[in-house]
Design a binder for this molecule. Structure first.
Ligand code: NAD
Ligand code: TYD
Length: 360
């Protein structure tokens, strides 16, 4: 069995669902269920004896130690994190607490468990840490894409806290021999993506007739990967990655934000035209830029491809169409995530016009 932390969030839930669609190896999901952790993401597993959801904090060393001792997993996959850059700017404390202190406590609990395993289980055990390309900082227009040996130059409290967690994971391998693997992936999109992030926000705001907020000039570049391709990369690294190594994950899909906005608008014009016949792009609104906004990310994933034979299955065109269709097909999921703390967050981020900026 495997232990998945943060498995009720966007990528973690996709990972758990894909895992159990392909294997009967049981999963324990440990998730604090913050605003971003949504048990509905795992609703299709209700009553499935292969899956258990435990609400708890990766920073709770006793709880993690107890879960490890009881379930004896062969691997821990760590998705748990505070993940939104804008939130990290407004309040970095939770990012330091979960991404750094939480990872430290998780590593210590895992080290205690792993040290006590019998030789065969000890050799087979893996701790896979899921990280981000944002730890490498920002690229200029013509810079080559980030490789695994690019400088670590994080610019936001989010990316700095993830970089710190990556360093802890590395050190636990070098100092204690913990069998770790780290993946640094580019921006994901797909089903169950919380609508505070660009792509789901665009879809839900479009449908609700709300403005589509574009930060600054909209020419910032992100490198987009369909979430299920990220999940397949993690499975492959878990299966065959070399211990202590970092693997960059990406699909060579650099796009300017404004191009993303136009693509989503065009798909919605085709799949769910506005009642008044006007194009969704009429809802685009330019808003104040994010402080310290990274201009460009791009991932060089050749190591993962050449060493482990991984390739993404989706192009951006196929992935974004699937994503828009998923949101159109799941209005109840959208309505539920838009209640509660999401609204509080929205008014903090978007100020007095909060409820004009997102579907309320
Ligand atoms: P998310 O915010 O959707 O989900 C995070 C999950 O972690 C939530 O379910 C939340 O409840 C849980 N969590 C938060 N604090 C916790 C704690 N202290 N203990 C236990 N659980 C806790 O994030 P995501 O987009 O699914 O990202 C998952 C991981 O992948 C993160 O580590 C993130 O840094 C990394 N990542 C994300 C992207 C992306 O584009 N979203 C890209 C590369 C890497
Ligand atoms: P986001 O989805 O927050 O991911 P990240 O900051 O981790 O890359 O943002 C993706 C890009 O879209 C980023 O350049 C910021 C921009 N953006 C907007 O222009 N408007 C928005 O309302 C949001 C949430 C993001």
């Amino acid at each position: 069995m495997i232990l998945v932390t943060g498995g009720a969030g966007f990528i973690g839930a996709n990972f758990v669902l894909d895992w159990l669609a392909q294997s009967d190896e049981p999963v324990i999901t440990l998730d604090k269920l913050t605003y971003a952790g949504n048990p509905e993401n795992l609703q299709s597993l209700q009553g499935d004896a292969r899956h258990t959801l435990v609400q708890g904090d990766i920073g709770d060393r006793d709880l993690v130690a107890q879960l490890l001792a009881t379930h004896q997993p062969r691997a821990v996959i760590n998705f748990a994190a505070e993940s939104h850059v804008d939130r990290s700017i407004h309040g970095p404390g939770d990012f330091i607490q979960t991404n750094i202190v939480g990872t430290f406590n998780l590593l210590e609990a895992v080290r205690g468990y792993w040290s006590g395993l019998a030789a065969t289980e000890k050799a087979a055990f893996r701790f896979l840490h899921v990280s981000t390309d944002e730890v490498y900082g920002s690229l200029k227009k013509d810079d080559p894409a980030f490789t695994e040996s690019s400088h670590i130059e994080p610019n936001s409290p989010y990316s700095a806290s993830k970089a710190a967690s990556d360093h802890l994971v590395r050190a636990w391998h070098h100092t204690y021999g913990l069998p770790v693997l780290t993946t640094n992936c580019s921006n994901n999109y797909g089903p169950y993506h919380f609508p505070e992030k660009l792509i789901p926000l665009l879809i839900v705001n479009s449908l609700a007739g709300k403005p589509l907020p574009v930060y600054g000039d909209g020419q910032q570049i992100r490198d987009w990967l369909y979430v299920k391709d990220h999940c397949s990369a993690i499975r492959r690294v878990l299966e065959a990655g070399r211990l202590g190594e970092i693997y960059n994950v990406g699909g060579w899909n650099e796009k300017a934000n404004l191009d993303i906005v136009h693509t989503v608008c065009a798909l919605l014009d085709e799949l769910r035209p506005r009642a008044d016949g006007q194009p969704y792009k009429n809802q685009i609104t330019y808003v104040t830029d994010r402080p310290g906004h990274d201009r460009r990310y791009a991932i060089d994933a050749r190591k993962l491809e050449s060493e482990l034979g991984w390739k993404p299955a989706e192009t951006f065109e196929t992935g974004i169409r699937k994503t828009v269709l998923w949101y159109l097909d799941n209005p109840a999921w959208v309505a539920h995530v838009q209640s509660g703390s999401y609204r509080d967050w929205v008014s903090k981020q978007y100020g007095s016009v909060a409820h004009d900026k997102v579907a309320a």
